[in-house]
Structure formats: structure tokens, C-alpha cells
Ligand binder design. Structure first.
Ligand code: AKG
Ligand code: FE2
Length: 279
């Protein structure tokens, strides 16, 4: 298996993109409309924020899940026992955001959401009728003005050498949401698991946008679109002294959206958050 980078502006980009999602759970787009300059500025601004003590003024609230999640309370991926080596901040439209960082991050949130809605129309268009018949409403409408869509700014600190044995930056996991939209991070490390169980580097050329399927789209498509396991491995050699910043946007439907015969979006999310032990 290989992950091909798809030119967003190519005449057959939609079809190729959905084919890649179906076969690998991932799609990589170049030449897309998200400003790389904006992404770079965000990486710089948030690196400074994570390096400062100000982050501690924004400790996350369990009820709303917005704010700063320190490394000490960071996630343990489903099925794992060791915490990931990361800290992060959750941006929601109604959540807390430091004033100085608000403008760029909310601009990015809006732009990435617009791209995401377009990509969901691509997924819908190239879903076989037997699959799209199962969608309760058009996929793009599911996320329209959703306050549940989450932008996570992740900081993987330099390796100290004192990490817990077996800990990695992000242990293998699947995302909970419909699709995840992720600009290539400022350092490599993201890998996707192939059907035969091997780990493959996701092309991380700066400027690419990486999209992956989450469990909610897998549920809504009755398994046609696979939610693929991915992870972020630790750097080696001189890269150990470098931080890594990444910016996944997790597309969440409005809570009342019917995902499948079994679940609304809200029921599905709560079940998963309970399993993770964060609510
Ligand atoms: O940092 C990355 O590149 C990916 C992060 C990720 O998979 C996640 O937070 O769900
Ligand atoms: Fe993920």
C-alpha cells in the first residue's frame, strides 16, 4: 500500500481522494485552499504559548472539555496503559481561547471547516447508493455550524530521556469523529497502519493536508469507509531535541444527528468518552 498525494485542483481529485479514503482510511491533498502562512503563524504562536506558564491559566474543564490538557493528564489511547507524551489545547467555538491567539485560530477553524464540508460532499458523491442511502442527512449538513467540532492544538515536547518505558508521542488509535483534517505537522512521525498490519509513514511534506476517517463515518457508512489506526512515533537522534506541533480538526456532527440505527452522534460520542475515562 502507498499513500498517493492528490492535487486538490486536479480534474479527478474528488474521485481519487475518496478512493484513497476507502482503501487506506487516509487521503493526502496538496495545492489546497488552506493558507500555509496561517498554519505556520499558528505553529509559532502556540509553540510560544506552550513554552509559557500562561497555559496553566486555561486548565481544561471536564464538563466542557475546552482549554489546556497538561502532559500529566494527557490521553491514554484506548487499549493502552501508558500515557502519550503530549500536551494539548482544545478550541471549541464557544470555549475559552487566549485573546492574543483568538484571531488566527478562529480564522483557521472557519477555513478548515469550509474545506471539510466540501470534502464531505466529495465523500457523499462517491459513496455507492447502497451506502449513501444509509446517511440520515447529507454528510456536510451533519457538521453545519456544529459546536462539537473540535480543533486540537497538540504540542509534543522535546524528548527528555526520562519518558515512561514504552511511551510514545501518540499511541495507536482511531479517531472518534466523522473525518479529521490535519495540516502536515512541523516534524515527521505520523504513521498509518496498513491492512496487513505494517506501519507506513504518512507523507508529511509541509503544506500537505492530511484527512483521515474516524469511527463515526465508519459507523454511518456501515463499515464501507474504514477508520484506520494511526500513531505518532518518537523522534530519534538530533530530532529528539525538537518539539512537534500539530493541528487536527475533528469534525463532529451536531448532537442530534442520527448516525446509524444504533446511535445519534451524541450517544456515540458519550459512549467513547466514557470508555476513555475523560467524562
Ligand atoms: O499529531 C498528529 O500528527 C496526529 C494526532 C492524532 O492522531 C490525534 O490527536 O488524534
Ligand atoms: Fe488521531
Amino acid at each position: 500500500m502507498k499513500l498517493e498525494t492528490i492535487d486538490y485542483r486536479a480534474p479527478d481529485s474528488a474521485e481519487q481522494f475518496v478512493k484513497s479514503l476507502r482503501e487506506t482510511g487516509f487521503g493526502v491533498l496538496s495545492n489546497h485552499p488552506i493558507s500555509q502562512e496561517l498554519v505556520e503563524t499558528i505553529y509559532q504562536e502556540w509553540q510560544a504559548f506552550f513554552n509559557s506558564d500562561e497555559k496553566n491559566d486555561y486548565l481544561f474543564k471536564p464538563e466542557t472539555q475546552d482549554g489546556f490538557f497538561p502532559a500529566s493528564t494527557s490521553e491514554t489511547a484506548k487499549g493502552h496503559t501508558v500515557k502519550d507524551i503530549k500536551e494539548y489545547f482544545h478550541v471549541y467555538p464557544t470555549g475559552r481561547i487566549p485573546d492574543a491567539l483568538r484571531k488566527n485560530i478562529t480564522t483557521y477553524y472557519d477555513h478548515a471547516n469550509s474545506l471539510a464540508a466540501e470534502l464531505l460532499t466529495w465523500v457523499e458523491k462517491y459513496s455507492p447508493a447502497s451506502v449513501s442511502d444509509k446517511y440520515s442527512i447529507p454528510l456536510a449538513d451533519m457538521i453545519d455550524n456544529s459546536e462539537k467540532t473540535l480543533l486540537r492544538i497538540l504540542h509534543y515536547p522535546p524528548m527528555s530521556g526520562n519518558e515512561e518505558v514504552g511511551a510514545i508521542r501518540a499511541a495507536a488509535h482511531e479517531d472518534i469523529n466523522l473525518l479529521t483534517v490535519l495540516p502536515a505537522a512541523n516534524e515527521p512521525g505520523l504513521q498509518v497502519q496498513t491492512k496487513d498490519g505494517n506501519w507506513l509513514d504518512v507523507p508529511s511534506d509541509f503544506g500537505n493536508i492530511i484527512i483521515n476517517i474516524g469511527d463515526m463515518l465508519q459507523e454511518a457508512s456501515d463499515g464501507y469507509f474504514p477508520s484506520t489506526s494511526h500513531r505518532v512515533i518518537n523522534p530519534k537522534g538530533s530530532d529528539m531535541s525538537k518539539s512537534r506541533i500539530s493541528l487536527p480538526l475533528f469534525l463532529h456532527p451536531n448532537p442530534d444527528v442520527i448516525l446509524s440505527e444504533k446511535y445519534t452522534a451524541d450517544e456515540y460520542l458519550n459512549e467513547r468518552l466514557r470508555e476513555l475515562g475523560v467524562i
